[in-house]
Design a protein around this ligand. Sequence first.
Ligand code: ZN
Ligand code: ZN
Length: 392
Amino acid sequence: MRDISENSSVKENAPVNWTNMLLFSLTPLFALTLVPWYGFTYGYSVYDWTVFVLMMGFCGISITAGYHRLWSHKAYKAHPVLRFIFALGGACALQNDVFNWASDHRRHHAFVDNNDRDPYSAGRGFWFSHIGWIVRNYESGKQDFSNIKDLQRDPILCWQHKHYLTLVLVMNIALPALLGYLGGSIMAGLLLAGLLRLVLSQHVTYLINSLAHMWGQQPYSDKSSARDNTVLAFLTYGEGYHNYHHTFQWDYRNGIRWWHFDPTKWLIRSCEWLGLTSDLKRVSPLTIETARLEMQYRHASEKCNALANAEKWRSKLEEEYQQLKATLDLWAMHRQQWYEAKTTQLQDQLHEKWDQLALRDSYREVRYKLKLQRQRWQELMQGFSNLQQNAA
Ligand SMILES: [Zn+2]
Ligand SMILES: [Zn+2]
């Protein structure tokens, strides 16, 4: 991994942004004192906790599915109703309006780890990338809407930008108070669904800027500090697969396997069935697998240098790598043909059916070959790490 702290020519003592400083100091302070005090004195009901959990999810998903994957990356298209809901949820999460959020985030991707231009560069440390960048007016965080011209054409986003402060007050004070009133205690609603939810939902999102650039694996690319981390995925509605995300940022998924915990992906996909989302973008399996293979190959090549009989290992590695790459290409081609045949309109014609079966069989054959070759490759990779451990 390259050293991300090397380009730190930036001035760290920028002027304090007092609004944000007070907000991000006082809200956690009140949450840590008033929330338990009220709980021990009067207690919270199951209703209060349920509203808290639902509001957490509402804010979190509005940021991940709306602010992030929809508006910052245009990974899919959404119906105005959904865009309106996300705009409200984002104001509730108090993470600035979409214009500011997406503009910062697009710069984060374009200049990732560049301490002068990435607004929340992890190279400037955990604190800076988590929250420090918000509480001071750093040059790297200067507002510049030149990269969000597309978003400025969306009337819902213009409306949110114009009425942001009102929306923040309605969503963070009026709504929790109303929900609390309906449950029998305005104060309980304000403290749990209002205050505690606000503080927790903000810090959960900020973990993606900080910890997801420091802790985890880099299976797809080491060009940036971004990492895949299952623990973070659980906390952040699926955003923890951050290495994948930085490698293929316009994919609507962050966790690509079906078992990957990515509720944001599940929501976007479910909304597609309801007609609320469309044009979901996916990176092809061949591109993903090739990226993974390249990373493994590069790491193994580096390990070769440290071995006594380096040449022997290098030729073995090269041979397996080339074979696996060729089979991957073949598999992708057969897969494409098989899926095209499956979706063809002429399914009812007999000869088409026969062709389909032949295609299916050859696709299965290549898939099996790929499986065997992958196993061999994994064994070889395992062999390399064992050799390295023994050498150490
Ligand atoms: Zn992103
Ligand atoms: Zn990132």
